[in-house]
Design a binder for this molecule. Structure first.
Ligand SMILES: [Zn+2]
Length: 486
């Protein structure tokens, strides 16, 4: 009895030791800054130029409505005027009508080129919401330490930050060791087929293969993760895929006074319930573990202990992550019925009902498997399931490459000792067209997004803080020096 007691205590002591050691082993970020004094940019000067960029209404309306050629030409002319040194150092091509390929030729023929990307187009302001803006949506107003207007964040702020860094480097005679491309698409908000798609085809035909590309699609978040006060840099190494399944339910028609057991509507409803009641399981994979470990370093001891010991606490943490739709979306393939059509008269049994269900596909799943799973769950031959278009999830980029290290170094240089972790982009970006054209595709905007910022993107009162613009430009400068310097 006594012996057994000691055994239990021994196991318990070991258990506690493992938990504590794992907790203590989680230390802050080990990324060193590239230089002690990072470059400083004049935020107000950048704000003035972004303001001008916002006033040029480069709107992507719809695939049915051609882009405003004059606005896009104005935008190109504005860039030339605002960034003379950059235009002196780089060549520029206009592709697909309005997209821009800049090439800054490198001195070494050995190193692979890199590409910094952004998009020129913006989404329209929804009719009827114009008056909800604090400042008119295309005014580019500068107030309260921010530049306001459609495109401030998505994505002209990023484009301008890139140009500011190139302008500074070009003006001082910086010669990149490798080819640096800037790829600015003009129809990202419509899928990027005319812009990024055409640029990718052209580059491929020329045999260009990038070591890495960097696009929008993630960034630093602050005040969004409970318990973490500091900004957290999330470098996206992957992008979810998507597909929409059309469920078509059929049943006999007739008068509603003598219905059978089901109508097409109830058959369709059962199909929807079948997929909604069986969501994809949430899984904590390698990227999520890195993310949780990175934020753990900023947390009080007991929370850090929980995150350091996912082998024990995984199920509880998963439950917490599931409560927020955004974090839940990063952990599984999501299911969202978005359109239902069926029935015409209140006294006629509908013979057909159609439901569209949109899936955002986690990299561990694929388009064909999503369809097969839905068919299996519905298990009803009165329902046909077809995929309406589909885009596979992107392959995962390396979180150990030189490129990833350069992104980390630039982040540590400009933002200090903040947690940095790989993440996944939940929406589509132009990068879908550059898959296969690079060893690795990354997505990261060097701006801090606060809790109310996410609703501003594609919503009202889109804006970017002037300090973010200054830091963003400096971040690109450090990145270029790191990756294309001597
Ligand atoms: Zn965008």
């Amino acid at each position: 009895m006594k012996k057994l007691g000691f055994g239990v205590i021994g196991v318990f002591a070991l258990f506690v030791a493992i938990i504590v050691v794992r907790t203590l082993m989680l230390s802050g970020s080990s990324v060193a800054a590239a230089v002690e004094n990072p470059p400083a940019y004049d935020g107000n000067a950048i704000a003035g130029r972004l303001s001008e960029a916002i006033r040029i209404q480069t709107i992507s309306w719809s695939t049915q409505r051609p882009p405003d050629a004059e606005a896009f030409a104005d935008f190109s002319a504005f860039l030339e005027r605002a960034y003379p040194a950059a235009h002196g150092a780089m060549t520029r091509e206009i592709v697909g009508g309005h997209s821009l390929i800049y090439k800054w030729a490198g001195t070494s023929a050995v190193e692979k080129p890199i590409a910094l990307t952004a998009h020129i187009d913006v989404v329209p302001v929804e009719a009827g919401t114009e008056d909800l803006w604090t400042e008119p949506a295309f005014s580019g107003a500068i107030a309260e330490g921010a530049v306001w207007g459609r495109g401030a964040m998505d994505n002209k702020g990023q484009l301008i930050a890139i140009m500011e860094a190139v302008e500074t480097l070009a003006a001082e005679g910086f010669a990149p060791s490798r080819d640096v491309y800037l790829l600015f698409g003009h129809d990202e908000e419509l899928g990027g087929f005319a812009g990024a798609g055409e640029m990718a085809k052209l580059l491929k035909s020329r045999g260009v293969h990038f070591e890495w590309t960097l696009d929008e699609g993630s960034g630093l978040v602050q005040g969004i993760i409970p318990g973490v006060a500091s900004p957290v840099a999330l470098i996206s190494t992957g992008e979810k895929g998507s597909t929409t399944l059309r469920f078509t339910a059929s049943a006999p028609g007739g008068h509603s006074s003598a219905p059978g057991k089901d109508t097409a509507i109830s058959v369709a409803a059962r199909a929807v319930i079948a997929v909604m009641d069986n969501p994809y399981p949430l899984e904590i994979d390698g990227n999520v573990v890195s993310f949780l470990h990175a934020i753990a370093t900023q947390m009080p001891f007991f929370q850090r202990m929980a995150l350091a010991n996912l082998w024990l606490t995984g199920p509880i943490i998963k439950k917490q992550l599931a409560e927020d739709p955004t974090t839940a979306a990063a952990l599984h393939t999501t299911t969202a019925p978005t359109i239902i059509e069926g029935g015409e008269k209140t006294n006629i049994l509908p013979q057909q009902t159609t439901v569209f269900v949109n899936y955002r596909i986690h990299p561990r799943d694929n388009v064909a498997a999503v369809k097969e799973r839905a068919i299996r769950l519905i298990d009803d031959d009165r329902v046909t399931v077809e995929a309406v278009g589909g885009r596979e999830p992107s392959p995962a980029a390396s979180a150990r490459s030189d490129g990833y290290r350069a992104l980390e170094t630039a982040t540590a240089t400009i933002f200090g000792d903040v947690p940095i972790a790989p993440f996944i982009t939940l929406q589509g970006t132009d990068t879908r067209h550059y898959i296969g054209l690079a060893d690795d595709n990354y997505r990261f905007t060097p701006f801090i997004y606060r809790s109310d910022d996410l609703a501003r993107i594609h919503g009202n009162d889109e804006r970017v803080m002037i300090e973010d613009l200054a830091r963003g430009a400096a971040w690109y400068e450090v990145l270029l020096r790191e990756t294309a310097g001597d």
